[in-house]
Structure formats: C-alpha cells, structure tokens
Design a protein around this ligand. Structure first.
Ligand code: CP
Length: 314
C-alpha cells in the first residue's frame, strides 16, 4: 500500500508543491466543508505548540473530522514507560491519520515506517517542519505571485531552526538565492550548505543586518533563537538578541518585500513593525489553516479534483 505520510518536504516535486498550493487556495475560498465527515484525526504533540497543533485541529474540525490527541505527553502512558512504537500502534487503531510533533530528529520517519495510517510530521527536533514549509510556500506565492527566482533572507537561528531547513529544501525547485544571516554559533549547518551545492542553490552568508542588506530582499524570514535546543544556556544568553529587526531598517526595502516568521516571536521583530505593510507573519500563520487542510486531505487520498468538485461546502 502507498505510504501517504509527509515526513520531509524534500519528497515533494515542484508539481506536487504547486498542486498543494492550488488545493490550499480552494480551502481559502471555502474553509468549511464536510469533506472529512466520519474521519478521526489524531494530534500527538510531544513538544509544545500553539499554531501548528491548533491550526491542524482547526483544519480537521472545519472539514468535518473529529480530533483526538494530546498537547502534553505528561498526561499519556509514555510516563509509565510506553514506547513511541506502542503509542503510534495504539493511536493507529483509533485514528485515520496522525499528526505528530516530537523532540527527536527522525521520530516522524520512524513512525511513518511502522504506522498503518499516514503520519504528518509537525516538527521533529531541529530537523524538519514540512507543514510549516507548505504554509510558507503558500504565503510566498500569495505575496510574490511566484516562487521562482526570489531573494530569500533567512535570519537568526539557522542551526536549530527546522523551518529554515525545510524551506531551503523545498525551494530547490524554484531557483532562489538564499542569504544567510546568523551568529557564528547558529550558522546554517554544513550539511545544508552541501545540500545547496548539490542542488545548485545559490547562497550568500552575511554578518551585517542593516537597511542596505535588507534592500535586496523579496522575503525576509526571521526566526527565533531556539532556547530549548541549547545544552549551554550561557551560549543562548550570548546569542539570543543578536539580530533584532527594527522599523528604520525597512527604510530601503523593496515594495514587494514581506517579513515572515514561523512564530512564536521572542525578540526578533520589534512590535512597531506589526503595522508596517511589509509585516506578513500573522497572515502567514492564518495560511497555516488552508495549507494544513490541503495536507490532511492529500494524506487521506483526497484529490484536488475532488476538492474542486466538492458539494459539501457549508
Ligand atoms: N510555527 C510553529 O511551529 O509554531 P508552534 O510551535 O506554536 O506550533
């Protein structure tokens, strides 16, 4: 049987990404339907989340599915010693699809190999966050009218930021130029730079972060320094406030430039920027609903054509 899990965005072709964007656009037009009536979606969050879990659950609810799961592993039998394997096998008895966030890199891959139902990776450690990338791609397409030939600036924690790792891989189909801006301690890992070379993705590394640098950007993708991934909290304290976006730094920004952030924000974007027309992170988070409706449907074998011809719109 075909495995319809989503573990990494690297598995998706350009055509598949555009297909999912078109499906998301259908849901943006009509988010409330009964397309998933009778289905059960499980959300298993072994790590904290606000947006990812709630938007997946909203996506399922707005399509008529029922949702089970947990937001805190401390309330599960994992505390009694139950393994991830047994948890996944049990939940597969109850749900048609599992959305899972886990602190271990590779946990979603492992789950997808043992589960009889599709797994959607909602973030595995510092590795990948493919559903975030689908909403990022959706948002970039929405704001730029294309995914091709864009200047994308990634700022902040490029070492532990799983959203930038996934985005970088997905963009290999679209001839981007990436600009990496990070403290040395949080630089883009060599493995991802090697990935860029292997796939002819251009990238430039910067240390400065000012109006002149930002003037080249189509997308300015800010990220939070991931405190929870540090073993040395003194190092976190040293780097946590290194790159803060302030309003005057947008003075030379291109008209089309949009500021994205996967959120939560801690101290990367001044609140005064929220009302600036370049700020787009709250709309980006809203798009998570439509992108995740598309991902759930796709994992359950529902096609774009079925969504286009859907007669269950409420
Ligand atoms: N962007 C994101 O993953 O946010 P949450 O951690 O709140 O789910």
């Amino acid at each position: 049987m075909e495995n319809r899990s989503l573990v990494t965005i690297a598995d998706h072709s350009r055509e598949k990404i555009m297909y999912l964007i078109r499906m998301g656009q259908q849901f943006e037009q009509h988010p409330n339907r009964l397309l998933l009536q009778g289905k059960v979606v499980a959300t298993l969050f072994f790590e904290p989340s606000t947006r990812t879990r709630l938007s997946f659950e909203t996506a399922a609810n707005r399509l008529g599915a029922r949702v089970i799961g947990f937001a805190d592993p401390k309330v599960t039998s994992g505390t009694k010693g139950e393994t991830l394997k047994d948890t996944i096998m049990m939940v597969s008895n109850y749900a048609d699809i599992i959305v899972m966030r886990h602190y271990l890199e590779g946990a979603a891959r492992y789950a997808s190999e043992i589960a009889p139902v599709p797994i959607i990776n909602a973030g595995d450690g510092a590795n990948q966050h493919p559903s975030q990338t689908m909403l990022d791609l959706y948002t970039i397409y929405q704001t730029q009218g294309t995914l091709d030939n864009l200047n994308i600036f990634l700022v902040g924690d490029l070492k532990y930021g799983r959203t930038v790792h996934s985005l970088l891989m997905a963009m290999r189909h679209f001839n981007p130029t990436f600009h990496f801006i990070a403290p040395d301690e949080l630089a883009m890992p060599d493995s991802y730079k090697a990935y860029c070379k292997e796939h002819n993705i251009q990238y430039v590394e910067h240390k400065k972060f000012d109006a002149d640098i930002i003037s080249e950007a189509d997308i300015l993708y800010m990220t939070r320094v991931q405190r929870e991934r540090f073993t040395d909290l003194m190092e976190y304290e040293r780097v946590k406030d290194r790159y803060l976006l302030k309003l005057p730094m947008l003075a030379k920004a291109r008209e089309n430039m949009k500021i994205l952030h996967p959120l939560p924000r801690v101290n990367e974007i001044e609140y005064s920027i929220d009302d600036d027309p370049h700020a787009y992170y709250f709309q980006q988070a809203r798009n998570g609903l439509f992108a995740r409706q598309a991902l759930i449907c796709d994992a359950l074998g529902i096609t774009l054509e079925q969504v286009q011809n859907d007669t269950t719109i409420i």
